[in-house]
Structures are given as structure tokens and as C-alpha cells.
Design a protein. Structure first.
Length: 103
């Protein structure tokens, strides 16, 4: 669900990265709630566009919103460590930080 505030009585249109749109009405308090279509799979870094059209037909400039990545990365893997080794290596999600704690 995507929610926000706009002019009461206006219609909010959200345009997703693939061009698909969803719309909803703004209530008397200026709040809107729009359900993301089930076939829309937003990922961190995707951009969506939000516009509002009032009852007179005036449309706002688009607000561009970047989707925030809230999904934890998979656990990193560690290559086998031999006794006396001075280096630990493995694989993790690109750009992530790996913290190794020793007992």
C-alpha cells in the first residue's frame, strides 16, 4: 500500500516503473491509500511517480519517489578456514558490509 496526503477530493495517480498505473481518491482529511497491484514487484531503487488531479481538472507536477530496499540480504558464505590462516574470505551481496566476530 502507498499512502500520503493531497488536496481533499482530488484523484491521485501512481505510475510504476513498468508504466502500469493505480489511482485512488483523497478523503476529506487529505489522506489517500492506494494498493500496489499484485503483479507489481517493486525493488529498492525503483522510482514511482505520483500526481494529483483536483475536481477542476488541474494536475500537479509529478513527485518522484525512490523505493527503499527493506529486504535483508542473504547470509554471507565463508570459505573453509585452515588452522593458522591470516585471511577469511567468502561471498556476500555486492555493496554489503560483512562483520566477523571472534569468540
Amino acid at each position: 500500500e502507498i499512502s500520503g496526503k493531497a488536496e481533499p477530493g482530488s484523484t491521485v495517480v501512481i505510475t510504476f516503473p513498468d508504466g502500469q498505473t493505480a489511482e485512488g481518491q483523497v478523503d476529506s482529511d487529505g489522506n489517500y491509500h492506494i494498493v500496489v497491484p499484485t503483479n507489481e514487484h517493486l525493488k529498492g531503487g525503483d522510482h514511482i511517480s505520483v500526481t494529483s488531479t483536483d475536481t477542476s481538472g488541474n494536475t500537479s507536477k509529478a513527485t518522484i519517489i525512490t523505493v527503499i530496499d527493506t529486504t535483508a540480504p542473504p547470509a554471507p558464505t565463508i570459505n573453509p578456514i585452515k588452522e593458522g590462516a591470516k585471511e577469511i574470505s567468502g561471498k556476500a551481496e555486492p555493496g554489503s558490509t560483512v562483520v566477523i566476530t571472534f569468540p
